[in-house]
Design a binder for this molecule. Structure first.
Ligand code: G3P
Ligand code: CA
Length: 271
């Protein structure tokens, strides 16, 4: 009896948005470990600078939503953040006394260093898409710290034709410009939640080759994807969780699907 080869995976990349964050608290080590186990091609994370200049993976300006603490990330030091619990909120509170508590309860803040180490140790190629948040506040400090850290892992300066395992994403053209000056070979993704008039024909900011439109843009203007492709750009769409949106992205031939549920998306597109 012949062995049936598994169906080849479509070329689209599946990116775990904040980790496998539908099931596990976002931006925790557990969420990224699950994303790797789920088979994600890449991990997405947001980075913010602490008061003592460390890059941590936190989406909001404040820690209130995703931890048991309060305050702005930018006014807290890493030690303050490390004392908080970034896991228990997901299941509605701390389960310290509960023997069935999920193993991500009492999870500390995730530093970008730790996430990079996870990527390096993944045992298979896993890419990382790092989003700089509100970077104009610090006069370039976020970008400088990011490049310093990537340099420590040998990831800021890809050589030859080997695809870079790291790319930088931002809604801020200023941040992408700074990144190009500091690490010109690192791919940049220009995120959009609306399409600025001058980019409607598929053009992107100088030296940016990847567009990151929201799924809302793609639903409203599906032909925008073809315009971007015709202009020679790749298209990474966020945040694509509904099966019908996954279908739309596949039909339009987008290059990456950024999703909170990478396992489910992979099953859908491989099925
Ligand atoms: O992947 C891009 C997407 O993450 C941008 O929106 O708010 O989820 O960071 P947000
Ligand atoms: Ca993000």
């Amino acid at each position: 009896m012949g062995v049936t080869a598994p169906a080849p995976r479509p070329a689209v990349q599946v990116v775990a948005h904040r980790g496998s964050s539908e099931d596990v608290p976002e931006h925790t080590l557990a969420a990224y470990r699950k994303a790797i186990d789920d088979g994600a091609d890449a991990l997405e994370c947001d980075v913010r600078l602490t008061a003592d200049g460390r890059l941590v993976c936190v989406h909001d300006r404040r820690v209130n939503r995703t931890s048991n603490g309060r305050g702005l990330v930018s006014t807290l030091e890493l030690a303050d953040l490390a004392a908080l619990d970034f896991g228990s909120w997901k299941a509605g509170g701390i389960h310290a006394e509960d023997p069935e508590a999920p193993d991500w309860d009492r999870t500390s803040v995730l530093t970008l260093d730790r996430l990079l180490q996870l990527v390096v140790d993944a045992g298979r190629p896993v890419q990382l898409a790092v989003e700089t948040k509100h970077p104009t506040r610090y006069a370039g400090l976020v970008e400088r710290r990011l490049v310093e850290l990537l340099d420590r892992f040998g990831l800021a300066r890809p050589v030859g034709d080997t695809p870079s395992p790291v790319r930088v994403m931002s809604f801020s053209q200023l941040s992408l410009r700074r990144m190009r000056q500091l690490a010109p070979r690192l791919p940049a993704v220009f995120l959009m939640e609306r399409v600025p008039l001058r980019f409607r024909d598929g053009a992107l900011p100088k030296d940016v080759r990847i567009a990151g439109p929201s799924i809302e843009i793609v639903r409203a203007h599906p032909r925008f994807v073809a315009r971007l492709h015709r202009a020679g750009h790749r298209v990474h769409v966020w945040t694509v969780d509904r099966p019908e949106d996954v279908e739309l992205c596949m039909t339009l031939g987008v290059d990456a699907i950024i999703t909170n549920r990478p396992g489910a998306v992979l099953r859908q597109i491989s099925g």
